[in-house]
Design a protein around this ligand. Structure first.
Ligand SMILES: [Zn+2]
Length: 286
């Protein structure tokens, strides 16, 4: 078996028109790319926050435990079984960093932010000590505001509080463009899930690339989304651990390592009609 990986945040953002992220590209329609990106979380701090004070990459990362439910009922309230997710909250804002310095394990936080992504090098280490890295994407929350609601709560009481707040916690509202078309997964000739990626403009110019995963009936609906479609999504953040197998370059042995990925699981998702200006531009092109 292997040592687990460590993920290094390069923090690099790509910006501009026709941005490329690996093999994923979105064409911006002039300046009228529609965008909205908002995240609300209520979570418990489960690891000591990592604070980096070097000026070039000053910032902090907080790992929080949050809950989510798989779907919403007819009234729009999250329902169904409770799932635990443990996303990373990144803090770069100077005034927020002062607050983060006081945050400890067990604290309950109310967070308002945006869903973000960045390019990372993911490392895995073989038992022989040989390290391998591969370029990947990581999804996290950039905090715009953090409020500490409770100090140093034990995990049992913490879980009770998470349950009490589950309705307003872990909510994501996004408006973005499909940049990688949906791929479906089937079982017994029925679509069970569909995965695609959307580009979202959060603040200023940069684009974030978010993985979206739909299940069941929603997955079948999502299969009609095309690259370039503007979609509106309300959902929640889910994290899961994927076990990867890697072959060591040095000793040739195959070893396993775990990667944690964060995805957006929609409660609702809908394609927006193409704006008239864009339609006109497309017709002119032809
Ligand atoms: Zn090796």
């Amino acid at each position: 078996m292997s040592k687990s990986r460590s993920t290094k945040y390069s923090g690099k953002k790509e910006s501009g028109t026709g941005v490329r992220f690996r093999d994923c590209k979105v064409e911006q329609k002039g300046n009228d790319i529609m965008a909205y990106n908002a995240v609300w979380l209520y979570g418990q701090v489960i690891e000591k926050p990592v604070i980096n004070q070097r000026t070039e990459d000053e910032g902090a990362q907080i790992k929080v435990k949050i809950l989510r439910r798989p779907y919403t009922n007819k009234g729009g309230i999250a329902s169904g079984k409770l799932y635990v997710s443990t996303p990373i909250v990144s803090v770069t804002d100077k005034s927020l960093l002062l607050k983060v310095a006081k945050i400890r394990m067990g604290d309950m936080l109310s967070i308002r932010g945006v869903l973000s992504s960045c390019d990372v090098e993911k490392h895995s280490v073989c038992d022989c000590g040989n390290a391998k890295s591969a370029l990947g994407i990581t999804t996290y929350i950039t905090a715009l505001n953090i409020r500490r609601c409770e100090k140093g709560i034990d995990q049992y009481r913490g879980f009770e509080l998470l349950k009490e707040h589950v309705v307003e916690s872990n909510t994501v509202v996004l408006l973005g463009s499909v940049c990688r078309p949906p791929e479906s997964y089937e079982k017994d000739r029925k679509i069970t899930s569909a995965q695609y990626q959307i580009a979202v403009k959060s603040n200023g110019k940069h684009l974030d690339y978010i993985w979206v995963k739909n299940f069941g009936k929603q997955a079948a609906e999502a299969m009609s989304f095309k690259k370039g479609d503007d979609v509106f999504i309300e959902g929640s953040i889910s994290t899961r651990t994927i076990s990867r197998t890697e072959k060591c370059d040095k000793c040739g042995i195959e070893y396993k390592w775990d990667e944690t990925v964060a995805e957006l699981i929609p409660y609702t998702s809908a394609r927006l009609p193409t704006p008239r200006a864009t339609k006109a531009a497309i017709q002119e092109d032809n």
